[in-house]
Design a protein around this ligand. Structure first.
Ligand code: ATP
Ligand code: MG
Length: 598
């Protein structure tokens, strides 16, 4: 994307307020023209006065008063237009900045988990803030300066040729030289500034990554090394920034020099022409004013180019994110099936995160409504991924997932996800109150429903012990709660949703044996009448599952009840044996007696 394209794209983002924007542009044009008219009127008045002096015929009062009147008129008009621009350009920019930011935010929330695993949240946040502030700045610049500068340089400047073509010609040549210099510096520094911006983003990412892992940094005594790494990135950034700054310093010096050069040249040429009767004193004065004004405009333009150059990488990053399309989206004819009964089928489903290695390959199974199915297998064997495919965190590369006879890609995403409650492997909580975290499950839940959910999730006691009860703020990602407490809030949140299909991904892994057993009972009650998927490493927790799917490297290798699988003496039996030998809880070795039920 070239700078110009980027610039135009940002202007197009004014979209819904294009009428006001157009009005501001018109006001700007008027301002530019008025600004140009003033030196001309001034020059005319001076000529009138000098003529009166030289010809001794007295001042032509009618003409003088008309000219002064016009001057005052233009002056008043300029003030009015300037007020309009000053008042509305800022408001418009700030309004649109917030809109653009909100759109970005919503868009990012829609992007697939795959995108979020690859892009750091610190980077996304920085891109959002930098990009939206950058756009606001660009709009302001456009309304306050760019627009008028554009008219002054490309419309009014050529028109000076009609006033006095010799002086006009000189002015045009000087402006052209100056513009050429700016473009040259711009070209030189564009690539350099791109790398500066990459270091800036690295810095933000590194900082937010470190801030998100303070406990690790402190306990592994990594403070010094993290700080050093940060200083190193800063040093590299500074090194990359220096040449850009040198180029711009050069441009700034050149600007000053050419300002002096232009004014002196106009004055010298003007005097020379005047002595030969080819220019009046009024014209010299007019052109001196033009030159001052145009230099001012050019300085602004250079400043803007400089600033824009810094902004380009930020805008590019912003648009890269907003141009990323979600891979999972509603088909145009997607339907809302209402509340599902929960009959789930995987039909030869294959999925790969990276298109090289399959995380899930050719998985097929059917679960009847109300059944409880457990997924077990070594870590990394594809259990979470399989269930992710069920609530469309991603779509299968091959095969299909069907609920109640409908391919889930034919349902609206919101309908599908309303029907599925998920207790994630990592109980991600918001840095809000416990109650707000629960209400994520059901925004309009009654107090009674909340009570029931926390009771079922065995969370009542610990919530009661919190200083502010349900109103306790749980810290970033729920850090002020223990792992087990977080899990129970996350379970209560899913229960509150009361969906026909439930997914528990390692929901009880962080609980002590007693709480786990209590919760197990509660969950069994809560899962009555729902299709339930349970992923558990502790096999004791899934004894009552109506079926167990054993995963190995992305495929289902065994299926059956707990007892059937033990009798089969395959992968599952080996897993169970290894676990129970390592585990000394007395009730568990019973599994290996001849009568598995007792
Ligand atoms: N976001 C991701 N991007 C790329 N690869 C991933 C991603 N998530 C998981 N994988 C890979 O896919 C495979 C299956 O992962 P999955 O999370 O489904 O395993 P799992 O059976 O749930 O393991 P665990 O019991 O440890 O939770 C693993 O090899 C893992 O490295
Ligand atoms: Mg997992």
């Amino acid at each position: 994307m070239t700078i110009l394209n980027l610039y135009l794209r940002v202007l197009r983002k004014l979209g819904s307020e294009s009428k006001l924007a157009a009005l501001l542009v018109v006001a700007n044009l008027a301002l530019a023209i008025a600004q140009f008219a003033e030196p001309i009127l001034f020059g005319r008045i001076i000529d009138l006065l000098t003529q009166a002096q030289t010809t001794s015929s007295g001042v032509n009062w009618d003409k003088l008063i008309t000219l002064i009147g016009a001057w005052v008129g233009f002056g008043l008009f300029t003030i009015l237009a300037a007020v309009l621009v000053a008042l509305h350009a800022d408001r418009l920019s700030h309004r649109r900045r917030l809109v653009v930011m909100a759109e970005y935010f919503e868009h990012v929330l829609h992007l697939p988990i795959g995108f979020h695993s690859a892009v750091h949240s610190g980077r996304l946040l920085k891109t959002m803030l930098d990009g939206s502030w950058g756009m606001a700045g660009l709009w302001l610049n456009f309304f306050r300066e760019n627009c008028a500068s554009f008219v002054a340089l490309f419309v009014l400047l050529p028109m000076t040729l009609f006033l006095n073509w010799r002086l006009g010609g000189l002015l045009i040549v000087l402006v052209f030289l100056f513009g050429f210099l700016t473009v040259y510096v711009l070209r030189k520094t564009e690539g350099l500034q791109g790398s500066v911006e990459r270091y800036n983003t690295d810095l933000a990412e590194r900082a937010s990554d470190a801030l998100g892992n303070v406990p690790v940094i402190q306990s592994f005594t990594r403070i010094e090394s993290e700080a050093t790494a940060m200083r190193q990135i800063s040093a590299t950034l500074l090194m990359a920034q220096m040449p850009v700054l040198s180029w711009w310093a050069l441009a700034a010096v050149a600007t000053r020099a050419s300002a002096t050069l232009t004014l002196t040249s106009i004055f010298i040429l003007g005097t020379w022409l005047h002595l030969r009767d080819l220019a009046t004193i009024g014209e010299i004065v007019t052109f001196m004013s033009f030159a001052t004004m145009l230099i001012g405009r050019l300085e602004q333009a250079v400043g803007f180019a400089n600033w824009m150059l810094m902004l380009v990488p930020k805008l590019k990053e912003f648009f890269e994110v907003t141009d990323t399309t979600p891979t999972v989206f509603d088909k145009p004819d997607a339907v809302d099936p209402g509340r599902l009964t929960g009959e789930v089928s995987f039909d030869h489903v294959t999925f790969s995160y990276d298109n090289r290695r399959n995380a899930v390959s050719d998985v097929s199974f059917t679960v009847h409504a109300g059944e409880t199915v457990a997924l077990v297998g070594a870590t990394g064997s594809g259990k979470s991924t399989t269930l992710g495919l069920l609530h469309r965190v991603f779509d299968p590369n091959e095969g299909r997932v069907v609920i109640d006879g409908v391919d889930i890609r034919d349902m609206t995403l919101s309908a599908l996800r309303r029907n599925i409650g998920v207790v994630f492997q990592e109980p991600m909580l918001f840095a809000r109150s416990i109650e707000e975290n629960l209400r994520v499950g059901k925004a309009d839940a009654t107090q009674e429903e909340i009570e029931t959910a926390i009771e079922r999730a065995q969370a009542k006691d610990f919530i009661a012990r919190q200083p502010d009860g349900l109103a306790t703020i749980v810290g970033e990602r729920g850090r002020s709660l223990s792992g087990g407490e977080r899990q129970r809030v996350s379970i209560a949140r899913a229960l509150l949703k009361n969906p026909p299909i439930m997914i528990f991904d390692e929901a009880t892994s962080a609980l002590d044996a007693t709480t786990e057993r209590q919760l197990q009972k509660a969950l069994e009650a809560a899962t009555q009448g729902r299709t339930t998927f349970v992923i558990a490493h502790r096999l004791a927790t899934i004894r009552n599952a109506s079926r167990i799917l054993v995963f190995d490297q992305g495929s289902i290798v065994e299926t059956g009840t707990f007892e059937e699988l033990v009798a089969l003496d395959g992968k599952f039996a080996a897993l169970a044996r290894a676990q129970f030998m390592a585990d000394s809880r007395p009730e568990q070795p019973k599994v290996f007696t001849d009568d598995p039920s007792g």
